[in-house]
Write a protein that binds this ligand. Structure first.
Ligand SMILES: Nc1ncnc2c1ncn2[C@@H]1O[C@H](COP(=O)(O)OP(=O)(O)OP(=O)(O)O)[C@@H](O)[C@H]1O
Length: 453
């Protein structure tokens, strides 16, 4: 009997955290890439795609977490060992010497030569010639690399990677300088490598249409993984709006089988008042305390906003998927004055604020102070607490408030504000179910209820 083939986990990131300085840039990133996969890394400028590729190729080391290459810690492979398995095509490359294209492509063979200065073998020469041919740069062989156009340099860098004959190809925006012909040719070439040589491909790419066309798996990245699935799930206009902050139309063009992403047509743009309309439920959560509520609101098709939430908090990741707007704060950071102003503004336009039973610390207690100030100006506030020891029970003085105290790390200020909120008329609930029943009965007309999908 032939054993069923088990996909090999070729490159695995486990809980990677990284920052260039004291600020955390990537927080708790985990991903698994099987041998022979073709993965596109999508995300706005500055979202950390290049940084993730540099971590995966061993150029940068994670502050926390590990990276496994074919089951072994990447650090144990050494630079040469990694270069024999992984080729990287950077966004651009500058050399201090006037190397020819042929010499540059020949450097792709260096990891396999006995010493850096070792003469290339006949086999190396053949591979270099083939790589230049495949990448369409054979005619540039004698030209000086530094004197080439951006697009020509990009194709030479791809030829260098091809000469390396890697198991894994990491590409950082491989088509950014290329005209449409070479964009298509380059991605066709990459796909050919993937299909014929089973080369694993991970490519940071800005063109969502090319990503949809060539990559079966898309990772949407915003300093962490926001979505990781096929094009149909990741190229969702609401998700793209949240991550990129723009309206796009996603659809399948006539005669095509792939998704296309376009700016909205002028005549299909929503009226200004619709665009500017804020969701009228706002959720304050953190530390996973909002998960059940946010899922329930989404299931009932309530539009809602959330935050401020720290990047890396599981509530933040979920809110990016489910909420219509998310106020975002840096990982682990206390609420900044900018985010607090955003929250204050949101409270002014919100009909109902739902406060989840989040841990209260010095970093987020300003949110509670804002909530109390907003309640005093008339904002409807629903306090959601654990089924037992709910805020209503705890804070009316009849029973002990041990559960609230247990999540209050402010030395009592958090509990005090919750008590004042109840005194000021915030309504307490013991379960998400109760909140939903209340919303069904009392939600004012201005609560936006989404039409069925
Ligand atoms: N060497 C560095 N030192 C300090 N900060 C850096 C360094 N390299 C990148 N950064 C910062 O890290 C953040 C992420 O950068 P990165 O290049 O990984 O993003 P990206 O998603 O690849 O962006 P783009 O799409 O614009 O290429 C940016 O804010 C950038 O300014």
């Amino acid at each position: 009997m032939v054993a069923a083939s088990v996909p090999i986990e070729q490159l695995v990131g486990q809980h990677i955290t990284f920052g260039y300085n004291e600020q955390t840039l990537l927080f708790d990133v985990s991903l698994r890439v099987q041998a022979g996969e073709m993965v596109a890394l999508l995300g706005p400028n500055g979202s950390g795609k290049t940084t993730l590729l540099r971590l995966l190729s061993g150029v940068l080391r994670p502050r926390q977490g590990t990276i496994l290459l074919e089951g072994r810690d990447l650090r144990s492979w050494g630079r040469r060992g990694i270069a024999r398995r992984i080729a990287v095509v950077p966004q651009d490359l500058h050399t201090p010497f006037q190397f020819t294209v042929e010499h540059m492509v020949g450097m792709g063979r260096a990891p396999f030569q006995s010493s850096f200065l070792g003469a290339p073998s006949k086999e190396d020469d053949v591979m270099v010639a083939e790589a230049m041919e495949e990448a369409g740069v054979a005619s540039l062989a004698g030209r000086v690399f530094n004197e080439l156009s951006g697009g020509e340099r990009q194709r030479v860098m791809i030829a260098m990677a091809l000469a390396q004959q890697p198991a894994i190809l990491l590409l950082d925006e491989p088509t950014s300088h290329l005209d449409i012909k070479y964009q298509i040719e380059t991605l066709e070439l990459v796909r050919h490598l993937n299909q014929r040589r089973a080369t694993t491909v991970i490519a940071a790419i800005h063109d969502l249409n090319l990503a949809a066309r060539y990559f079966p798996r898309l990772i949407l990245f915003q300093r962490g993984i926001v979505a990781d699935a096929g094009p149909a799930e990741v190229l969702d206009s609401a998700l793209l709006k949240k991550v990129y902050g723009v309206d796009v139309q996603v659809g399948i063009m006539r005669g095509s089988v792939h998704l296309s992403i376009l700016p909205p047509a002028e005549n299909t743009r929503a009226e200004p008042h619709e665009v500017e309309q804020h969701p009228h439920i706002h959720v304050l959560a953190g530390g996973g305390s909002g998960e059940v509520l946010m899922r329930a609101l989404a299931d009932e098709r309530y539009a809602f906003s959330a935050g401020a939430l720290n990047i890396g908090d599981s509530d933040h990741t979920l809110a990016l998927r489910l909420a219509d707007d998310v106020i975002t704060e840096q990982p682990y950071a206390p609420i900044s004055p900018g985010a607090l102003e955003h929250v204050r503004e949101r409270f002014r336009h919100t009909g109902i604020l739902i406060l989840c039973p989040m841990p209260i610390g010095p970093g987020n207690v300003p949110l509670l102070r804002e909530a109390l100030a907003a309640r005093r100006k008339g904002l409807t506030i629903l306090l959601l607490d654990a089924p037992k020891g709910s805020v209503s029970v705890c804070l009316d003085g009849k029973k002990n408030s041990s559960e609230v105290v247990a999540r209050d790390y402010t030395g009592g200020e958090g509990t005090q504000i919750l008590t004042e909120l109840v005194g000021a008329g915030a309504i307490s609930f013991a379960s998400v179910q109760e909140v939903l029943e209340w919303l069904r009965q009392h939600a004012p007309n201005n609560v936006v209820v989404r039409p069925p999908a």
